[in-house]
Design a protein around this ligand. Sequence first.
Ligand code: GLA
Length: 430
Amino acid sequence: MATMKVFVFTLIWCLLHVGIEGRVVNLLQSFDGSRISYGFSNSFNRIFDTSKYGILQLNNGLAQTPQMGWNSWNFFACNINETVIKETADALISTGLADLGYVYVNIDDCWSAAKRDSEGQLVPDPKTFPSGIKALADYIHGKGLKLGIYSDAGQFTCQVRPGSIYHEKDDAALFASWGVDYLKYDNCFNLGIKPQDRYPPMRDALNATGRTIFYSLCEWGVDDPALWAGKVGNSWRTTDDINDSWVSMTTIADINDEWASYAGPGGWNDPDMLEVGNGGMNYQEYRSHFSIWALMKAPLLVGCDIRNMTAETFEIISNKEVIAVNQDPLGVQGRKVYVSGTDDCLQVWAGPLSGHRLAVVLWNRCSKAATITAGWGPLGLESGTSVSIRDLWQHKEVVGDAVASYGARVGAHDCQMYIFTPQTVARSVN
Ligand code: GLA
């Protein structure tokens, strides 16, 4: 009987492994392995290395595409209460953002009272969440949305509320009983214990509840989570906290880029939540922030006050074509593929999409407008390949048959984002 169990387990594991690896490990095969030539070159697999593409080891069925929603921290910090959370849920519906995929309403730090109760249970802050989290979850579920909550893999949260280390089972059971759908699990007051030991107990506790709960690891990239967190969570922060500035956003994009080959359906690199709409960057910078986060298959967690956002903010975060790049089923993280200019500030970022297409971003990180040219070489295309190009911010096709390269003028700190569709050519060989 035991042998049988091992056999069945091994078989399932192998099928999962082969199924997913078969999907992308040799991207070029799927891109170029048939009777039809899609015009990709032999360097394609090296440029878009997916050799460590996630293998769904967490296997909770979630995160087939990066998570989308809202989180309270970037705008509200500790100034949260149940009214803000409910009004945000209302706004996600009334603005149409929920229909675009922004469904997680995530409460960050400061929702809980300073101490556990006499039975050792976490308690919502009675002043700010007097109706409790269950009532809030019911409200949010009633709108077809999902509720996220926050705790810490240490003694206290970063704002010194009780942490969950050594309380994993109780806290996971409590979250499940409230109807929580998502847990962000932070890294403060961690007793110097390594994250590889502190994060799995909460994974196991969440799994044991029987409720499907998205597990978002927030250990700030300290212990290179891309190397181990695929087995533990649905996403893992790769960097320190973002702040609402150009320097922070660009620095974080570059760090997250280093881990591109580890992302995939089931587990994503997380370069932290969006700052679009919080006021510290201009329109062009926020557009770049959103475009690059989408291309990197980052979680799209809006971090502004969506009850009061400007038309510009809405225009950015509601761009369906950019969101579709982020949510593309192939699930391969786009990356920086070519740089030029002073301090490498003229950049080309790109990533494979389903349907033998590429997403391409021309990103001008210099302080003056410039022309940025994407050559077919760095994109993994054969130079003679003819490509039709759709601009995702202008919402129109800009060229039907570009060959060898494509260049465009890009303003300072701005970007252009495209989908490249190589024209197919029938092969004469077998
Ligand atoms: C840490 C996290 C942030 C946020 C705060 C809350 O700094 O990285 O994303 O959750 O804690 O205190």
